[in-house]
Design a protein around this ligand. Sequence first.
Ligand SMILES: Cc1ncc(COP(=O)(O)O)c(C=O)c1O
Length: 483
Amino acid sequence: MISDEPNPNRRPIASALVRQNIYDTSENSTQGRESDSAAFHIIMSKQSMKPRNDDVVSRYDDYVMPIWKTLNVPIKHASNCVVEDYNGNEYLDVFSGISVTNVGHNNEAVVEAAKSQLDKFVHGCSYVHPNQTVAELGERLAEVTPGKLAKSFFCNSGTEAVEGAIKLARKHTGSKEVIALEMGFHGRTLGSLSLTGNSAYKKEMAPTINDVAHVAPPYAYRCQMCDGGFCSCACAEELERVIGTHTSGDLAAVIVEPVMGEGGIIVPPEGWLQRVKEITHNHGGLLIVDEVQTGYGRTGELFAVDHFDTVPDIMSQAKGIANGLPLGAFTAPAEIANSFEPGDHLSTFGGNPVACAAALATIDELQDGIVENARDQGVWLGEQLATLEDEFDVVGDTRGLGLMYGVELVDPKSGTDPMDVAPDPDPTLAKHIGERLRDQGIVMGIGGYHKNVIRFQPPLTIKRDQLQRAVSGLRTALEVEIA
Ligand SMILES: Cc1ncc(COP(=O)(O)O)c(C=O)c1O
């Protein structure tokens, strides 16, 4: 039982006079200190605080809920593709804060746009006080998103964008059931969690929302259906079977990532997305494509659906949209979007004008050669990573699009059972590789359903020599680990 005892560490808020002195380390700045001894303590601790990595991490231990991972690099400062920790170490960032800072950390144009909006006003609730910045971003999204996607709802994160998209699909179709991909990821709030196809994220958190079923992902490397042979897109046809067996026929939506991110950078075969859309429509549902991770240039097109010539009915976005300012959105054609009536949806902070100003600048930056850079560097990266497959038995598969690449690590001695289509995943090796990369000053993601995929998702501004360093860092880490 948690006790109701008062918190002995609780301090009064410092007076204005004292607060004013907090960051002033000059000798004359003692005025007002004696009047407030607790605040004086704050001043002293802040003045003497030159945080090191350990200080930051130990405060996290004490004051931040313990959900963060051990493969951490504290950030004091970041610029383009380089982050610096509190001990003065520099790292090449090949993960972009989970695929977010697509136009580079602290991109000057984005920072300037946000600052300029900050000078005008920060908040008015964009659904109570219409403002020019949100209007402009809505119009801009209508221009840059595919097909007839035209009207957006702005929120603050990916999971909210996904949940809003589900609400809209239900409202528009009048149906309830939703199908998502096994191993897919759509967020961690309870609605999105129900769609996320990974029990590891759901343990001890259920029940989530009802009426969700899952279908096999287009995971060629471990596909039981085509058994490593010619891909017949059987996984798309599986949708038909799952609708028939796992639903009551009241289909509101099918939601998919066009390239699966957290599941392990899984690129679907040609024709898969079109067929999924066709089957979904045949059953009266809408196709929601979750571009939260793949959007804003990540795959070498502004949106990943552009690779697959498929226009979704609703598209969710977040992460790269404002290059690190918290913003999410879902966008639909007018005839779908207009199913929402006043009061059906809202968010106090959604469409914050500072974040929307940053998004406008991000889109401008992306259209100034950065998406092309992602495409070009991605082609080179894909070729380099493919050579690792030949060099190392533990590299089972490499795959990706643009600057979203995964290297799947396996135990080459396994996989001898006739039912196995690929060797067993090796998450321990992946963890060690991540640590060895960090020791070389390179931050890379580790992910995948089996936690055995090394993720290349750098800022899209990355230069060839930096990417070269990342690839040779991975090669060195592999050499050391298998020696
Ligand atoms: C495809 C996809 N959808 C949704 C989310 C959830 O986004 P957020 O963490 O902003 O809620 C993520 C996060 O990784 C994601 O990759």
